[in-house]
Design a protein around this ligand. Structure first.
Ligand SMILES: NC(=O)c1ccc[n+]([C@@H]2O[C@H](COP(=O)([O-])OP(=O)(O)OC[C@H]3O[C@@H](n4cnc5c(N)ncnc54)[C@H](O)[C@@H]3O)[C@@H](O)[C@H]2O)c1
Length: 329
């Protein structure tokens, strides 16, 4: 019988799990979710701003059938953190035995969350992008670093255009990739960057229209990933197909929330949930000319899957970790 809860730090996670593992687990979890093998209710947000606390956190539970693991990701965004030199996003994970509720592990979820966020556009592009020659990323922050890291492992990029409201952030971005075999070019104008781009990714903390529909060429793919609206409603209205990773979540937050509140968009307007495409149940891109948009709201199940891998590897290796008897017996 399991008796001790294991505490796993961010550094230990990074020692036992690679970026390539994360990319693989994101795709696996999406496939399993599309096959109906993952139980994952929509995430719940606790927004503390009306009580004067500058932050919110999401509770994201899931059970993953193929690996028989259950857990919850608790992830938040804390607006004062950047001023304190801390990351905006912080995450923690609990893993439990799905059959008796025993708390198996408490795991720092910071790297897992950042890496899986970056893996999402890389995997989505496999199914939805016509080309990856020119990619524009708007928002040169932490999640953008992981997105470009993961995309460059799966896709051949010629030019990466980086935009940010902060000149310093966009001009610094190339220095994070000293070995890049593609050009990283800062753009002050979102419009100039987006025109001719094969893929446009928004990953900002803004609640603003950063991309207009006429800037998106035939064959383009727009991926929105920030927590609020980032691109024009006309992209949803005029593109050939729109997708979400999780439709129920996407109706209550992020890019589509304003349209959903005005009754301008419903679940029926989406061609598919991305996991259905990964599971082979619905088609992804069908021709190189169609313009596609997908919001990647973010699911907690990939994090639970990656945390389970970390837990299994750390315990199997016999690492000297802190353990706790939660009953104190
Ligand atoms: N979809 C997901 O799965 C997922 C997961 C984690 C985080 N997020 C979201 O991703 C976003 C980015 O998070 P982060 O950790 O990279 O934050 P960050 O603070 O590290 O970076 C955000 C960047 O956006 C830039 N920005 C803000 N307003 C802008 C504007 N109007 N135009 C251009 N750039 C602007 C900032 O200058 C900053 O460089 C947040 O909204 C976060 O909640 C999404």
């Amino acid at each position: 019988m399991e008796q001790k809860t294991v505490i796993i730090t961010n550094e230990l996670v990074k020692k036992y799990v690679s970026i390539d593992d994360v990319i693989e687990q994101v795709e696996n979890t999406w496939k399993w979710y599309g096959e109906g093998k993952v139980i994952m209710p929509p995430k719940i947000t606790t927004d503390m701003s009306s009580a004067g606390v500058n932050g919110w956190f999401n509770s994201m539970p899931s059970y993953i059938g193929p690996i028989d693991s259950a857990g919850i990701k608790v992830v938040g965004g804390y607006s004062d953190n950047p001023k304190k030199g801390l990351p905006f996003i912080r995450s923690n994970l609990l893993l439990t035995n799905p059959h008796d509720g025993f708390l198996r592990a408490l795991i720092c979820g910071d790297w897992i969350s950042d890496a899986r966020t970056g893996a999402q556009p890389a995997v989505a592009m496999k199914y939805l992008a016509a080309k990856s020659d020119i990619i524009t990323v708007i928002g040169a922050g932490r999640q953008a670093f992981y997105a470009v890291t993961c995309i460059s492992r799966l896709h051949k990029i010629k030019e990466l255009r980086i935009c940010d409201i902060s000149k310093e952030a966009r001009e610094r971005f190339a220095s994070y990739f000293p070995d890049a075999d593609f050009d990283i070019v800062p753009y002050e104008s979102n419009e100039e960057a987006c025109r001719e781009s094969d893929v446009i990714i928004t990953l900002t903390t803004a609640n603003a229209v950063l991309v207009e529909e006429p800037w998106c060429k035939p064959g383009s793919l727009v991926l929105t990933m920030g927590s609020f609206q980032e691109v024009s409603d006309d992209i949803a209205r005029k593109f050939d197909k729109i997708y979400l990773d999780h439709i129920a979540q996407g109706m209550h937050r992020g890019q589509f929330l304003p349209m959903a509140e005005r009754g301008e968009i419903t679940a029926d307007d989406f061609a598919a949930e991305l996991p259905e495409i990964v599971a082979g149940k619905k088609p992804g891109r069908q021709n190189p000319e169609e313009r596609l948009m997908c919001e990647l709201v973010g699911m907690g199940s990939p994090d639970v899957c990656i945390a389970t891998l970390a837990y299994e590897r750390v315990t199997k290796a016999g690492e000297a970790v802190t353990t706790v008897d939660m009953l104190g017996e």
